[in-house]
Design a protein. Structure first.
Length: 506
């Protein structure tokens, strides 16, 4: 949702002239660039356990962070008080951190105009750091946010939703689940919703603002049969209002959380070893996110820490494979009207027809590589500086059917639900715990399996993809990515066959 500009100025108690002075204050010791990020978040959470509300929480978070850049150096300071004086102190603190020195010139409206003009003139063009000569690239993103292009529909405001209504929704979900399986012993259901007002301004004179809703509903169900227990968790999350809590969504969750339970009780650990692995469409995209997506983030590549450093333009997988990071999917958990640096959200093709074509950039890495930022500068809150982060990361569809892919495997495993992954960015090595799947024997899914690890190397696994299904799907679960700070993301993949991975079993 995008409201009138004055709403955001009033929310944070500032005027446009104050923002100009604050930006100049950030450059009062020197520096190339400064930005100010205001944030006001209202959050609510309700947990239903065994039919009773056992937890209900509401909270507010409010403040602003100010960043100053000087070459490769970053100074950052934040305040939970947005009075002009508190903001000026934060701006000066960030300036001193970035420049590594005390003291600052006294900023007046007249000197502020000169300081900002000088910064904008110096930033108009720059030379790439990789010897490509003078090249003009997109650095400035002027203009006001466009409500007609808003990617966060919100018909019903989470902050105005009646608690009794949300409890009724959770009770309805519990009842729908209970009716589907008599061996259920415990049901936990949770709804959370938040609405965040954001205002940004920087020394380029860019001003961006929007209101970001985020809703989540999840359930964890425990089953007991013959003295054994199994559990399953299902969640949905969208950037929209509480209108997401429809009967059809509750039915969908109830069906998914009770499906496949018979197989889980029957499942066992298979014999381990190296073998073909078929990854199911949708949630298997977490492996793509962790094992490959992080390695495409430009800060790792700028510092030479990624296994993909220096490989732009090189083939990393078979022809026909396209891997995308997309901030433009309306209502998606990873959608952005613009990122947390004010760069418009966009669709970034990282791998195109098997060729690595782009990293995921914030303004810092884009400047270093001599390219335009891709809208991936994100932060957990105003307390953090932005860094390159994924949004919705997925592989596009290929031309094979799921059935045909499975039919080509003589002996392997099919996996469709992962958890607890670990990745080494520099080496590209990964391991993921598989919660459910099946053996593949002579081209057919046979015995259910569980409690196995999938172990491999990201670049090698990417190069070893030998079939891509026509069923690409983005999973709408409550995916949250951690990288020193947490941000909401989503992921997806079609059915994919990897020639060989290590399966950790018996």
């Amino acid at each position: 949702m995008i409201k009138d500009k004055q709403y955001y100025l009033d929310t944070f108690g500032v005027k446009e002239s104050d923002l100009e002075l604050l930006a100049a204050e950030g450059l009062s010791c020197g520096g190339d660039f400064t930005d100010i990020f205001f944030e006001n978040t209202s959050f609510s959470n309700i947990l239903l356990r065994d039919g009773e509300v056992t937890s209900a929480r509401m909270s507010l978070d409010y403040g602003a962070g100010i960043r100053v850049l000087e070459g490769e150096k970053t100074g950052y300071s934040y305040t939970e008080n947005t009075s002009v004086e508190s903001l000026r102190q934060a701006a000066r603190a960030a300036a001193k951190i970035a420049m590594g020195k005390g003291g600052a010139v006294e900023v007046t409206p007249r000197s502020a105009a000169a300081i900002l003009k000088d910064a904008r003139d110096r930033a108009a063009t720059y030379v790439t750091a990789q010897g490509n000569g003078d090249r003009k690239v997109r650095k400035f993103f002027t203009g006001s946010p466009n409500p007609a292009a808003d990617r966060y529909p919100m018909q019903s405001d989470w902050t105005k939703e009646d608690t009794k209504t949300l409890i009724s929704v959770l009770s309805s979900l519990r009842d729908k689940i209970s009716r589907r399986d008599s061996t259920i012993v415990k049901i936990l259901a949770r709804i959370s919703g938040q609405v965040t007002d954001v205002l940004m301004f920087n020394s380029f004179g860019e001003m961006k603002y929007d209101t970001r809703p985020l809703g989540e509903i999840s359930t964890s169900v425990i089953y007991s049969r013959g003295g054994r227990t199994e559990n399953k968790t299902v969640s949905r999350s969208f950037r929209c209002g509480s209108e997401m809590l429809s009967e059809s969504l509750l039915d969908e969750i109830a069906v998914q959380v009770t499906s496949g339970i018979d197989e889980r009780f029957e499942a066992s650990r298979p014999k381990g070893g190296k073998m073909p692995v078929v990854m199911g469409a949708g949630a298997s995209g977490i492996l793509l996110h962790e094992a490959m997506g992080h390695a495409f983030e430009a800060d790792f590549n700028r510092k030479g820490q990624s296994i993909f450093s220096g490989k732009i333009g090189e083939r990393v997988c078979a022809k026909g494979i396209n891997i995308v990071d997309d901030g433009t999917i309306k209502g998606n958990r990873g959608a952005v009207n613009f990122d947390d640096e004010g760069v418009p959200g966009q669709r970034t093709c990282m791998v195109e027809d098997g060729i690595l074509t782009s990293y995921l950039h914030d303004r810092i890495s884009a400047r270093w590589f001599g390219v335009s930022p891709t809208g991936n500068g994100r932060r957990e809150s105003f307390r953090y500086n932005p860094i390159p982060r994924m949004r919705a990361t997925y592989m596009e569809s290929g031309d094979a059917s799921r059935e045909d892919i499975i039919s080509t495997v003589k002996k392997g495993v099919f996996v469709d639900e992962f958890s607890n992954g670990q990745v080494l960015i520099g080496e590209g090595d990964f391991t993921f715990y598989v919660k459910s799947g099946f053996l593949i024997e002579n081209g057919r899914l046979t015995a259910p399996v569980k409690d196995i690890n999938i172990i491999g190397n990201g670049p090698r696994a990417l190069a070893d993809i030998i079939a891509v299904g026509s069923d690409s799907k983005i999973d709408d679960g409550t995916w949250t990515c951690g990288k020193g700070q947490s941000v909401p993301v989503s992921c997806g993949i079609p059915t994919v066959l990897v020639r060989e991975l290590t399966v950790g079993g018996n």
